[in-house]
Ligand binder design. Structure first.
Ligand SMILES: [Fe+2]
Ligand SMILES: [Fe+2]
Length: 136
């Protein structure tokens, strides 16, 4: 499965948000590399936890900026985040009991695609509003 990499085409125009997106994609790649090289449950679980924690803290931060900018689609954006976190936390809970086999190709594909689709679609949608409101 191909690695996902942050690039300028994913920029949402706010450096702090770009850095957070880049870090989340980086953690996804570390997770995939760990899976492919047969790392154990504890090590992989640590990366999965970092991924979930970084995503949750990014979402809090991003929603704070959207509120500051008075972004009109903020509530819908929040709902999308809540669904993303519900799914990520579900995978993380399953991992605790079942282990690395939870992170099958379809599940890894889901983790990547849901994130990339969100960044390219919904996150790209707030770009002009944040820039117009001087959010850096
Ligand atoms: Fe978002
Ligand atoms: Fe985001």
């Amino acid at each position: 499965m191909a690695m996902v990499k942050w690039g300028r085409e994913l920029s949402v125009g706010v450096p702090s948000l770009d850095q957070q997106h880049e870090k989340i994609l980086f953690l996804l790649n570390i997770l995939q590399e760990g899976l492919m090289s047969g790392k154990g449950k504890i090590e992989l679980g640590g990366v999965l936890n970092q991924l979930v924690t970084a995503t949750a803290s990014h979402i809090r931060y991003e929603e704070g900026l959207l509120a500051r900018a008075g972004y009109g689609d903020g509530p819908a954006h929040h709902d999308e985040h809540a669904e993303l976190m519900r799914q990520y936390c579900g995978i993380s809970r399953q991992y605790e009991t079942i282990g690395p086999s939870v992170l099958s190709l379809p599940v890894m594909g889901f983790l990547k695609n849901s994130l990339m689709t969100h960044i390219r679609g919904s996150d790209a949608g707030y770009r002009d509003c944040l820039i117009a409101n001087g959010i850096q």
